[in-house]
Design a protein around this ligand. Sequence first.
Ligand code: HEC
Ligand code: HEC
Ligand code: HEC
Length: 286
Amino acid sequence: MKPKLIILAGFILLFIPHIAYSTDFSVKPPPKSMDKFYSERGKTSEWIEQMRQISKAFGATFISRNQEEWREALKHAQDFGAAYQNAAEMVPEWKDLFDLEASEFFVASIQSKDKEKIEQLSTKLKKTCGQCHRKHNISVWTRYHWPSTKTIKVLDPIDEQEVDYDLFMHRLSFSFKSIEILFEQEKYNESWKAIDNFSKRLQGLRSVCSKCHVTEWTKNSTTVKDYFVGEDMSDALQEIKKNLASGTPDPKLFQKMMEHISTESCKMCHLIHQPATIIQRAWENP
Ligand code: HEC
Ligand code: HEC
Ligand code: HEC
């Protein structure tokens, strides 16, 4: 090989991992044919059931093999092969992500008790699982496991109007900022009023949790509402009010309480809930 070609080949090899693992990664909506497997909310999806079947039969094959119970192992391997093929047919758009040939050879390798082949083929098959999960799980979760915020209305306790979720967020955000701005302007009376507004809105947000957290009511001692909109937030606001009432408020204490709300309520809740809404919105307005 000429030096130039060697360099070129080296370059191509260097860039292949990037092409495969980063630049190429995008979260697209899952194929339409998936919809029917997730049509009933609250019921375990048929796709998930199929996956569990694949996974169980695959695992059972190895347990039997380890126990040298080859007849059992073959039965499980055949169950696996059938379930794997079935899954490939459920979503035609993903057919190429299954290696049906490898699954057939895998069953044969169990039948012939060929330990080396078993190892080799199971590794190959496991790769197909991981590759698809890394490529598509986020799409599937975003589409089917995250209810959209778009249909959620929140009652704004200040003007008693029902508003869209994201508009409510902007109002919540505005009243939160007002507390700080007015405090810094030393308008403590107004800052106090802003706390009341903010506090009412944060309380108002508690009513939306159950729109998605539907199994919430069956839990007892702790509820999801103890997070982000719980008592520690009202305590922090009470703390700020006490500080203001003293007449000579301590800015450090004020900052500390505001920071607590900002990180433990706003930020934490956004870190959990916002990625899904951002992707959903991108799918609506590509
Ligand atoms: C073509 C894509 C694809 C292939 C190939 C695939 N899976 Fe999956 N699998 C998925 C998707 C998508 C999910 C997420 C489903 C969800 O959370 O709603 C999933 C979820 C799962 C789950 C979690 C089920 C649960 O209880 O939530 C298991 C276990 C699983 N797969 C096992 C496997 C195994 C083992 C293989 C390989 C032998 C495999 N999958 C191959 C797409 C695939
Ligand atoms: C638009 C739908 C939606 C709304 C509204 C919503 N959540 Fe969630 N939240 C989810 C989903 C989906 C998850 C992922 C885990 C799950 O399904 O429980 C989650 C996860 C969480 C988690 C982490 C794990 C868990 O389930 O305990 C907490 C805590 C949480 N939410 C609290 C809240 C609180 C508090 C509210 C109301 C102030 C709220 N959520 C409103 C959809 C929502
Ligand atoms: C129950 C969880 C939760 C809590 C608590 C929460 N948010 Fe949000 N916030 C969200 C979600 C979810 C979105 C995305 C809404 C959408 O896009 O439909 C959002 C969106 C926003 C937006 C709009 C972001 C944008 O780029 O358009 C702002 C601003 C905002 N929140 C501010 C705040 C502030 C300030 C607080 C704390 C005082 C707070 N939020 C508390 C869940 C929460």
